[in-house]
Every structure is written in structure tokens, then in C-alpha cells.
Design a protein around this ligand. Structure first.
Ligand SMILES: *Cc1c(COP(=O)(O)O)cnc(C)c1O
Length: 379
């Protein structure tokens, strides 16, 4: 089977993890600090706070903003379910907004349509690494005095108007799960330009401790920490951060390769005889890292998403549903929403294999299989 994604990990990562083991300090410590600094710099943020994953980063972001019961937070339904779940963790109500068909992202118009007097924040996603139009959403949020949290889980290496996609964001949350382009096994980061939020997030991730365990260790003096508010255990380990530092150095090369493979997919699709096959591409205001390379099943294809995925699987291609729709899941049965574009895209987007080590032969096999599946299912 050709997998949909394969993490790009090598000897360097293995050595970095081994060195950390040998150092004797494996929990949150010097490597985490170094990774936070390097990652924040790479996305042009003032501060980085490394966390256990992106879901905890989203939760902490909303917690820092003081969002809670009675507040509504606008989110896309067309996203991994963690986006909506984070709103529930703080006791607030997720309100689903529809997306724009070309980018699968929220827009100022789809968000404005669901703003109410209870709306406190917008949690917008750079979906599959494709940036949303940050300036227009920023302007809308400023007009309605709403916080804007950026779910950048998939967006490492994506750009908006020539800068990293979240540059200038008040708060953004990142994922380093192996399904993303930069991985630490599990891991996440909160980035912000707000010094107070960063300092508080650092305490909150470590049970609300006034002085971190690593800092108490390195002072060599007796320090009794205090716990001034209820915190969490949302820490990243030095083992993960050591791997992350290597992955971060490789990121430009990884993005270049993903974009090269995506361009080749685009070119191959123009050469095959399939009507209206639409594939994800850069928006006019930025660039995607192609964290997920999706195609939309054309009108001419009469089968279902499962038919298409099964047809590809039978030909040795491990493809996936492009994006889930959270409001269709039983967990959100109490949050009905009318989202025609979301409904269509969740049923028609297929994520195709794309990974650093992918060969041209493998890519040709995918295109050939997809062409066959679409031809067989032509209405
Ligand atoms: C993957 C993903 C998350 C969750 O990331 P974890 O690090 O696995 O918690 C959240 N939001 C989006 C949009 C994602 O794609």
C-alpha cells in the first residue's frame, strides 16, 4: 500500500533523542526551551510555549482569553474535531460557521453570518495548511471586538502575504503529531506576541507552579514553589523537543519537496482525461505547505466518497476522507447547523498520498488509480 503520509525521520532525530536520554534530563528542560525559541522565531512570534499537543494548546489559548460558560466561539465544523472540542473544554458553546469552497476555510462573510451578542471569539483554522485570509478575519474581529485564535495545527511552513501564516497573530496553536509536516511524536506549541500570556501559559502547563522544576533544578538553591491558580499537566518532554529541533531545521527542505510533489500532481492531472478534477492549490494571498493534498471528486463521478476510497484501496492506495464535519458527529448532535459547503466538501474531498520520500513512480500509480476509479464511476 502507498500510505497517505509517512513521517520523515532519520538518524539525526534518533541521535538527538539518544543524546537527551544520555543527558539524564528527559522531562521539560533545556531542549524544550531551545525548541520554543527556535520555533517562535521561525514563525515570527515573540514567544513560544511548548505543550503536550495542539489540543491542549487550543484549550490553554481559550483559557488564557478568559472564555467560559455563556460565551460562544465561532469555529469551522469542517475541521478535525479537536477544534470544536477545545471550546467545550472551557465550558463555552461552539457555533459552527460554513467555509468557502475553494480553500475550505472560514471567511469574514461566513463568520459574520453567525455572530451573536454572545460571541466572544473566533477560532479559525489554517485548514490542511492552507492559510485563511488573515487580514479580512482580523478586521472583522476588530470591528466586533472578538478575539481571534488561530488553529495552526497543520500550518508549519505555510505563508500569508510573504510571511509565516500566523505572523502578528495574538495567539496561535500548533501540532507536531506525525500526521503534520513537523513531528515530535506527540507535541504542540502555543505562540503569542503577548508576554504576560506566555508567562501564564508556562505556569499553567506545569500545574500552575510559580517556578518550573527545571528552573528550580538549575538555580542550585532551595526554592519552594507556590501554586497560585489551578493549572494542568500539558508539558512537552525534552525527548520530544530534541527531535523537534532537528525537524525544524529540515522544515524548509520538507516544504520545498511537498510543494514540488504537489506541482507534479497538478501537472499530471492536466494530462489525464478526467473532467473538472479540482485539486487544492495556493490561494492568491499565500502559500500552503500541502499538509494534506486533497482533490474534490468531480460532478461526473456518481459514486460516494467511500466508493472512491475503496476503489483506491483496492488498487494499493491508502487515501483518506479529506476533512470531517464535526457537526455531523454524535458528540455534536446538540449543535445542529446548516452548512451546505461543509456538507458538500466533507463528502467530496479525498486526501491523496503525499510524503517526502514519495517517488515519481508512486505518484504515477496514484494518478493512474484515481483516473481509473473516476472513469469507472462516471455517471
Ligand atoms: C491535528 C489537528 C489538531 C489536533 O492536534 P493534536 O496535536 O493531535 O492535538 C487540531 N486542529 C487541527 C485543525 C488539526 O488538524
Amino acid at each position: 500500500m502507498i500510505p497517505v503520509i509517512r513521517p520523515f525521520l532519520g538518524e539525526e532525530e534518533a541521535l538527538a533523542a539518544a543524546e537527551t536520554v544520555r543527558s539524564g534530563w528527559v522531562a521539560q528542560g533545556p531542549r524544550v526551551k531551545e525548541f520554543e525559541g527556535a520555533f517562535a522565531e521561525s514563525v515570527q512570534a515573540q514567544h513560544g510555549v511548548a505543550l503536550s499537543n495542539c489540543t491542549t494548546a487550543l484549550h490553554l489559548s481559550l483559557h488564557l482569553l478568559g472564555i467560559g460558560p455563556g460565551d460562544e466561539v465561532i469555529v469551522p465544523s469542517l475541521s478535525f474535531i479537536a477544534t470544536a472540542n477545545a471550546v467545550r473544554y472551557v465550558g463555552a458553546t461552539p457555533v459552527f460557521a460554513d467555509v468557502e469552497p475553494l480553500t475550505a476555510n472560514l471567511t469574514a462573510a461566513t463568520v459574520e453570518a453567525v455572530i451573536t451578542p454572545r460571541t466572544a471569539a473566533v477560532l479559525a483554522v489554517h485548514q490542511c495548511g492552507l492559510p485563511f485570509d488573515v487580514d479580512t478575519l482580523d478586521a472583522l474581529c476588530a470591528k466586533h471586538k472578538l478575539a481571534l485564535v488561530q488553529d495552526a495545527a497543520c500550518a508549519a511552513g505555510s505563508t500569508y502575504k510573504g510571511r509565516p501564516a500566523t505572523a502578528g497573530a495574538s495567539i496561535a496553536a500548533w501540532s507536531f503529531h506525525p500526521r503534520k509536516v513537523l513531528t515530535t511524536g506527540e507535541g504542540g506549541m502555543l505562540t503569542t506576541d503577548n508576554e504576560e500570556w506566555a508567562a501564564r501559559a508556562r505556569r499553567l502547563r506545569e500545574h500552575g507552579m510559580s517556578v518550573s522544576a527545571a528552573d528550580r533544578h538549575s538555580t542550585g538553591r532551595v526554592v519552594l514553589e507556590t501554586y497560585d491558580e489551578v493549572g494542568f499537566n500539558y508539558r512537552m518532554t525534552d525527548l520530544q523537543a530534541a527531535v523537534g529541533l532537528v525537524q525544524l531545521r529540515k522544515l524548509p527542505e520538507v516544504i520545498a519537496r511537498r510543494r514540488e510533489l504537489a506541482d507534479r500532481y497538478h501537472k499530471l492531472f492536466t494530462e489525464v482525461d478526467v473532467d473538472d478534477l479540482r485539486a487544492v492549490t495556493d490561494p492568491d494571498y499565500g502559500t500552503t505547505n500541502y499538509q494534506t493534498f486533497w482533490v474534490e471528486l468531480p460532478e461526473s463521478y456518481g459514486g460516494s466518497l467511500v466508493d472512491a476510497l475503496s476503489g483506491l484501496a483496492a488498487r494499493g492506495i491508502s487515501a483518506r476522507r479529506g476533512l470531517m464535519a464535526s457537526h455531523n458527529e454524535p458528540a455534536y448532535a446538540d449543535a445542529p447547523a446548516e452548512l451546505p459547503v461543509t456538507e458538500r466538501l466533507t463528502q467530496r474531498l479525498v486526501a491523496l498520498p503525499l510524503f517526502h520520500q514519495m517517488t515519481e513512480d508512486e505518484q504515477d500509480t496514484v494518478v493512474h488509480a484515481l483516473t481509473e476509479v473516476l472513469r469507472e464511476g462516471r455517471r
